[in-house]
Design a protein around this ligand. Sequence first.
Ligand code: SAM
Ligand code: SF4
Length: 316
Amino acid sequence: MIDSFGRSITYLRLSVTELCDLRCRYCMPEEGVCKLRHDQMLTEEEMLRAVCAASKLGITKVRVTGGEPLTKPNILSICRGIAQAPGIQDTAITTNGTRLPELAGPLRKAGIRRVNISLDTLDPEKYAYITRRGQLQNALNGLRAALDAGFDQVKINAVLIGGFNEDEIPALAELTQRWPVDVRFIELMPMAGNTGFGKESYIPVSRVLQRLPEAKAENEEGVAKMYRLPGARGRLGLISPLSQHFCASCNRIRLTADGKLKPCLHSAEEISIKGLNDEDMLAQMKKAILSKPRCHKALSAESRSQTARNMNQIGG
Ligand code: SAM
Ligand code: SF4
């Protein structure tokens, strides 16, 4: 479906849970989220009906996200249902990777084609700090398992944070030499709850090219500008929600685990589909696509996202 500004909306990001086994400092609060809201969350059946409604409107690609999607007990069944939904050509997942050692193979069999793994640092102490509780080795084991499981594509997402992992740009980029993975650097986004980061933390992804002048530009891929180091098996991606936003080519719509369609990641507008029948769900989805704004307000350390949600409650 074409939105009010001529953009073709083909991509649904579906959050299947707000819960997570980690507590990344930029994403969610230390005490986590209230688990009492279980009955307010979409059921698997509602999620799959929402995917079918989206596909009727021209969505062909679904990315499963969260919270941590692999903490969801019925994740394989959800992924299988999405991959088999009529009209859905591409099903992908974004995960912190800690449960991929057990789940990479089953996810591949369930029809997941591509996996993004979040990994901001290769230093065990820094990993434990930024995730507040994670062990780097679990994420690395997950990456290995993903590479062995035969997905069409494995990508690493690293949030670039000034004073934290800027010095690791070369080490993270080197992963593209070692393995057939794309490493994508993403600018830190100022969400409602992650106020603990000072101005110096918000650095542009252009720093990656300053550190790696030998990287050669390749095509753009979705929201990422792609580069490659000489002889590398994988590519580097730069994603710049702050320094150069990509609203003009936004092709996506988001559905939160509690059933709210978000026309824009950074706006407060939400349209509920919880408890609706197929017809009403379809109507709400059309409404959400048509209410996508031309652009969100510019983001910076002083100008935070207008959504009250943290990223784990949206599905980054
Ligand atoms: N738990 C999964 C994971 O970590 O990959 C999926 C959900 S997580 C919210 C999705 C992505 O959002 C991750 O790559 C994470 O690094 C990113 N993210 C979360 N908060 C962010 C923020 N404030 N700025 C930029 N990226 C953020
Ligand atoms: Fe969990 Fe992913 Fe958020 Fe980290 S970024 S707290 S792994 S949902």
